[in-house]
Write a protein of this length. Structure first.
Length: 164
C-alpha cells in the first residue's frame, strides 16, 4: 500500500464516527441530482462507498467498495474492503458503477479508470463525481464516452459509458 493510500485509509478510518453527521445532507443532494430519472437495474457497485450512504439513498441491493474498514463497518450490506485502483472483481461484472466524491482519493486515477472499464459490462453506465478543483477531464474523455456532464456545487458529475 502506498503512503498516499495509507494516509487516505487512516483519515477515513478516523472520520468514520462523524462522517454521516457531517456529509449526509451534501451527499444526498448529489445523489438526488445525479440519479434523478435514472432507473438503476442489474448489478451495481458503489465505488468509494464510505459509510454506505448511497445504499441508504437508493435502497438497492448493491456492492459497496471502500479502502476504509471503519467506514464500511458503519452499515450492513455487501461490502468489499479494497483499493479502487486494484479491484478484486472479475471483468464485466457490473451494469452500473456509481462513485461520488471518491476518485480524487485514488493514488492512481488512470489505473482506477482502467479498473472501472474492466469490471463494467459493455453496455454498462458509470455515474461519477469528483471535486471540481481536481481536473480529470482528459483521462475521462480518453477512457469513456461522456453522455452528460454537470456541476453539482463543489463537484463535477458525469454519466459515462464504455467507448465502442
Amino acid at each position: 500500500m502506498t503512503n498516499k493510500l495509507k494516509e487516505i485509509k487512516n483519515a477515513y478510518d478516523g472520520s468514520s464516527e462523524f462522517y454521516n453527521l457531517r456529509y449526509k445532507e451534501i451527499q444526498f443532494k448529489k445523489y438526488n441530482f445525479a440519479l434523478n430519472n435514472i432507473q438503476l437495474e442489474g448489478k451495481i457497485l458503489d465505488l468509494g462507498a464510505g459509510t454506505g450512504l448511497l445504499s441508504k439513498f437508493i435502497h438497492n441491493d448493491l456492492i459497496s467498495l471502500d479502502i476504509s474498514f471503519n467506514m464500511l463497518n458503519k452499515f450492513k450490506g455487501k461490502r468489499i474492503q479494497a483499493d479502487m485502483s486494484n479491484i478484486p472483481i472479475k471483468k464485466e461484472t457490473f451494469d452500473y458503477i456509481l462513485s461520488f466524491s471518491a476518485l480524487m482519493n485514488s493514488d492512481n486515477v488512470e489505473r482506477t479508470l482502467n479498473e472501472i472499464k474492466r469490471i463494467l459490462k459493455k453496455d454498462g453506465k458509470i455515474i461519477i463525481s469528483y471535486l471540481k478543483k481536481f481536473d480529470y477531464m482528459e483521462l475521462i474523455k480518453n477512457n469513456f464516452k461522456i453522455l452528460k456532464q454537470e456541476i453539482i456545487d463543489e463537484d463535477v458529475m458525469f454519466i459515462l459509458e464504455q467507448k465502442v
